[in-house]
Design a protein around this ligand. Sequence first.
Ligand code: ADP
Ligand code: MG
Length: 729
Amino acid sequence: MAFHRFKALETVLSRTPVNVTLPSNKVSEFFGENVFGIDAMREYLSEEAFNSVMSAIEHGSRIDRKMADQVAASMKAWASSKGATHYTHWFQPLTGTTAEKHDAFFEPTEGGRAVERFGGSQLVQQESDASSFPNGGIRNTFEARGYTAWDPTSPAFVIGKTLCIPTIFVSYTGEALDFKTPLLKTLNILDKAAVDVCQYFDKNVTKVNVTLGWEQEYFLVDEALYNSRPDLAMTGRTLFGHSPAKGQQLEDHYFGSIPERATAFMRDFEMESLKLGIPIKTRHNEVAPNQFECAPVFEECNLAVDHNQLLMDVMEKIARRHNFCVLFHEKPFASVNGSGKHNNWSMSTNTGKNLLSPGKTPKTNLQFLTFFINTVKAVHDNADLLRASIASANNDHRLGANEAPPAIMSVFLGTQLSSVLDELETKVKSGKMSPDEKTALKLGIGKIPDILLDNTDRNRTSPFAFTGNKFEFRAVGSSANCAGPMIVLNAIVADQLIQFKKDVDALISENVDKDEAIFQILRKYIVASKKIRFEGNGYGEEWVKEAAKRGLSNIKTTPLALAAFISKQTMNLFERHNILSEREQHARYDIYLETYTKKIQIESRVIADLAMSQIIPTAIKYQSSLIENVKGLKEIMGASDFKKAGQIQLGMISEISEHINTIKTKVDEMTEGRKKANAITDVKKQAVDYCEKVKCYFDVIRYHVDKLELLIDDESWPLPKYRELLFTK
Ligand code: ADP
Ligand code: MG
């Protein structure tokens, strides 16, 4: 057995970095070359078709069928020039990955001939028999038809020999079965709500885009070692493994020099990504050994989400070329840091203003404060929903562990902005302010950019932190589709902005001056959302106590966290804005619960399988060799000599027996727990049962397996160890 482990290690040690040749040192020469972007469209489309696509991108207008035919023909011509022979609608079902179904461009014609064909109808809409995608009971198998429909706001691209067309994915009866459909809706709603509020400050604002800049953390593991760890291969994380003597305590990996093989991989996937128009810019080591991060320049939210999904695909493919497996799992290794995907979020106007960037004048700063405070208020009012949006079986291992933001939602503002808010709260009186008071306040606000310049306090322990000109949602899991949390964030902020406008307009209609009305309402929000603000250490035990005192939720597990998706408040919010119907919302809830259950079920099976078929047999074999040794000692020694010499072996023999016993007993109990859970038909109850009555065995089984790892001779241990997974270069 251990043969595989040593073979794998030998393979890793013999590896040399794969040679990567960049097409050119100048990224500008190949950036976006595989994208049917503005330049390619200008070259291939008629002016009329070009304008029609641009107007769809900018104003969401419809592209008629005649125009779609033209676009399809040009798209195909362009893709063929890139060597594409097939096309696919590329979509994001609720599994969290991306899906594609490839069709050839050619169609057979009479007389055994074939023509290349790709028309508007193939571009715009595809029927897809996708009954195997999660649908939460929305589609019965006899009505398995779903549709994918072109999203012109995200450009088509070529990967390998396939033209990929970003699409939404809906059921035959029109229900959303993907992430993109509700995301696009929330982007629209937030656009309108934010434009309306901007009118108080600047009449030139006609469009507000949400911007998203994600940072992607991941681990690299050599493919040979990965393949000898069935737990990694099947669940994406290690279910056993004693922590290595050296972990991350020296903190020598963070921002250290990147190992050569990893660098070659990065250059390679970055090049592919850049060709696909993903503006990837940053790379560095992360805290844990073999952990890294990459980040692009921020983009419009829908595009950024697609680019993140695409990047994960590209990384997985390119990693194989370098004999690596990339781990996007939130917690692949116990005792070293897990991985997150920080979502940096802001809003920007068609006039080029970042709405979360403090301006230079009192007027633009009142606008900044408006968006800033409304966001804080939205998070306060919808903290549980935000928590639900990042809930997953994987992320449960990370949130609240002492290296990741806690499951308690809070907002970090920084000392400067906290004091600005405090000042606003005390200075704005509930009565009418004198012109002097108003001027004084506005002047005070005008100083924000100066104070922020030297605002260096960056709280890395907050799940939701303001970082100078954007909010950083740090609790998002590394394998998650960014759209999940973005849908919620956009929706709650849009809803809040609409409420804000109503509140302000109500005061204005009572003849309160506009600025004063804004001040009054902001003050009200500051007071109402106070308890969500937290500047201290989010990893500390004191915060858990303090949060409980404040009445903030601390929902530690996914099955319970997900409940916020179907709360009255959420249902109302999503229905009010026509983002997701009650039926769609329920379907999603079921899908997330089912996914949770399946994940824990698979992990539990793999634990039992490995424990019974690899760990215990190895332990028994080693124990037998100890028994042989003891017998031999007894034979050649006198009883009194043996008493001295044989004690250690005897102790080890019984220690091994104890571990084997406990492992076997716990595996049996866990299997029993699984059987009971499997019989439950209610999805929520089943997930809770898996969480409380199956998952609870993982740690104890692992504890005893890890003890055996230390006891048993290295030579016969079947699984690559942590030190090998994390430190073999
Ligand atoms: P870090 O959080 O690692 O210290 P930075 O604060 O420099 O790094 O930026 C993190 C990310 O924030 C970058 O990936 C960048 O794309 C993104 N970002 C910067 N400005 C914005 C913005 N206005 N909207 C959305 N994302 C942004
Ligand atoms: Mg960050």
